[in-house]
Design a protein around this ligand. Sequence first.
Ligand code: 5AD
Ligand code: SF4
Length: 452
Amino acid sequence: MKQKSFYIKTFGCQMNIRDSEIMAQKLYENGYLESATIEDASLIILNTCSVRGKAEQKFFSLLGSLRKIKKQNPGLKICVAGCVAQQEGKKIIDRMKHVDLVIGTQHIYDIPRLLKKSETQKTAVNLSDIYEIPPYIPKTNISHPGSGKKPEKQFQFSRFVTIMQGCNNFCTYCVVPYTRGREVSRNVKDIVEEISLFVGSGVSEITLLGQNVNSYGRTNQVTETELPYSFANLIHEVSEIPGLKRLRFTTSNPKDLSDELIDCFARIDNLCPQFHLPVQSGSDAILKRMKRNYTIDDYLKKVDRLVSACPEIALTTDMIIGFPGETEIDFQSTMRLLERVRFHGSFSFKYSDRPGTRAAEIDSKLSEQEKGARLHIFQKRQDEISLARNRDYVGKTRTILVEHSDPTSLMGRTSTNHIVHVESGDKEIQAGDYIEVQITFGGQHALKGKLL
Ligand code: 5AD
Ligand code: SF4
């Protein structure tokens, strides 16, 4: 019998990357090998993202192009997983005859069984059963999902661990509550066990993942005791796992950022001084229409507390430019916020209508041109600020976790998550090592340094 092999193409966020790893592991356990190229695979999985229109379009165009591959190789199985699958699954099954299987966001763990089932019938798994994350503990540390096809592959000494999924906030622009369902937190014991397994196999940096990690433990019981258990409690507990050198997390909604969590940055040595705190707009009027439940004043107070708890913290944010009804005055408020916080970096996007969301129903949409022009102004200023921030590191000594090392080049990351290229290599240094460097240059997207 021909060896079964899979190829996973991942779109979107870190949680999708982690889900792809889990699907890869489930397939390894069931006798599949990973294919180096999409053409040679007997199973292609597209793990999709629907957060903005662009990501979705990219997926649909790749899916369309697979029709030809399937014609040449009728034995090929094509599976669509992730957020678009969850939202558009039925339509995909009905309209795309070359698709064999659609898997909703909660069913990735079940991929081997669903694949078997799809041999006799097409399976669309839908939102109706989105409410529970099955406790899943990987048996081994898998090191090659994506087999080197960047950016799907994660650096082997640094891993993502999903601690919760879903969101109950229903920000008016956001599709996530419809694709990932209501908030569900994983059990503390399972999380600690999974991280301990990773650390036991050489991983030293962990990023905890959730759509809204600050509300961890709020919607379901996460320990055997009756005590309320918060995200800050989890941070304390995880940070004590022996051998864990760096702990990070993402993503947080500012409204749920507690003083208790801010305090963790002052007290916990291996909690990295880095915080991604999406603000989305600098205008209170827009925040209200986005249903974010905080004001710019609230946001700034939290930023100030974070900076006083941890002066070296590197703050990043997400910004949506051109939300329906955004006026020039609203946009100027966003620019003022940028000047006030001077984010180390930001991910900024043109507002994109998502089906089923409340914002999609609002009139007074801005034209693509207007959104594009504002986005350009925002990004240009952010680039200047990032560059100035990066230049501030020159002359300072930092520890980097080495991600790549050969005799001619050496690259790693600081605890603030800045990339550092080191001028000359050293054959004694390997990926996974922590080394001291002195920063010699601050560029737009990365720093340079020399070995100490
Ligand atoms: N349009 C543009 N950007 C969006 N995001 C989420 N939904 C939309 C949308 N409809 C952005 C937000 C979020 C990030 C992951 O994607 O900034 O924080
Ligand atoms: Fe979407 Fe808002 Fe939930 Fe974030 S907090 S996932 S933006 S609904």
